[in-house]
Design a protein around this ligand. Structure first.
Ligand code: FAD
Length: 288
């Protein structure tokens, strides 16, 4: 997996380099469609490497899923089995503390990285079966997972439902304040030299032959680009002109934030049905 991550890094580097070479000749640029955490992170990286980057954002950067999310960095609680996806999530999680520090140094925005771990509760027989299976494959793979009795879980988190049967603890599953992360990535990308066009909705990729040539905006304007990065989140597949359908679709979720002072939990508390994420400012995010 580390080779795959390196390949992505090399690809980003190659894109930046190609842009630098082309910039003098044609004034072409990289267009990033979407200013969520993904688009801003890509824009920051490319702009910092010297590329000429424009982020097209139809609304406000970071205002969609990136702000709505609960900010859990939960490779072990969220994946159904071992494989490249889990490896990628674990590597990303491992890199996160340094990334958070770097963003804070670049922008002065603290992204609220917290490493208190995650508890997953078994409250029903069905939960027990699911957690048993999770514990089986994760411990067999040598991953960081602990099985706690009800008494041990309640000792760690006295405000848990006392009917908890037992729990798993993932000490390496952490969280970030995703609204701050979104702002920090926007600021870091802009600081690195990426340009943001707000209110610019891309409706179509324009191509010349088999190569992308730019984007068409709502209203008719076209913008040339040698490279287009599609980072439109759950809307990514809706753009016309994509060379092939993107298998991206929205999944419904609900979040509720309440003020819980003094804080009721230190860990993120998860279950097969819903989760509770305690924030440093006293908010408790409940999500399903
Ligand atoms: C309720 C909820 C809870 C979640 N909880 C977690 C969690 O705990 N942990 C976790 O890791 N993930 C979580 N996620 C998922 C996470 O939020 C997303 O994976 C992540 O934010 C995706 O970032 P993005 O930049 O791809 O998308 P977005 O943040 O949605 O950004 C896409 C941007 O593209 C713009 N855009 C789209 N189409 C166009 C266009 N044609 N032209 C111009 N602009 C366009 C949009 O306006 C938007 O700003 C959660 C998501 C939700 C909804």
């Amino acid at each position: 997996m580390s080779e795959q991550v390196s390949e992505i890094a090399e690809l980003l580097h190659a894109l930046s380099h190609r842009r630098l070479m082309a910039r003098g000749k044609r004034g072409a640029q990289i267009v990033v469609v979407g200013g969520g955490v993904i688009g801003c992170a890509v824009a920051r990286h490319l702009a910092a490497a010297g590329a000429d980057v424009v982020v097209m954002e139809r609304g406000t950067p970071g205002a969609e899923a990136s702000s709505a999310a609960a900010g859990m960095l939960s490779p072990l609680a969220e994946t159904a089995g071992p494989g490249p996806f889990l490896d990628l999530l674990r590597q990303a999680r491992t890199a996160f503390p340094a990334f958070a520090q770097m963003l804070s140094a670049e922008t002065g925005i603290e992204v609220g990285y917290r490493d208190r771990g995650t508890l997953m509760l078994a409250l029903t027989a069905a939960d027990e079966a699911e957690l048993d299976e999770r514990y089986r494959w994760q411990s067999a793979a040598g991953l960081e997972v602990e099985r706690l009795s009800a008494a041990e879980a309640l000792r760690l988190e006295p405000n848990l439902n006392p009917e908890v049967r037992w729990a798993l603890r993932f000490p390496g599953d952490h969280q970030v304040e995703n609204r701050h992360l979104s702002r920090a990535l926007w600021a870091a990308a802009a600081r690195a030299g990426a340009h943001f066009r707000l209110g610019a909705e891309v409706i179509r990729l324009s191509c010349e032959g088999s190569r992308v040539a730019g984007v068409e905006l709502f209203g008719g304007e076209t913008v040339e680009a040698e490279t287009v990065v599609v980072a439109g989140g759950s809307w990514a597949g809706r753009m016309a002109g994509l060379p092939r359908p993107l298998p991206v679709f929205p999944v419904h979720g609900q979040l509720l934030a309440v003020e819980a002072l003094p804080p009721v939990f230190a860990h993120v508390v998860d279950s097969p049905r819903c989760y509770l994420v305690p924030r440093a400012d006293g908010r408790l995010i409940a999500g399903a």
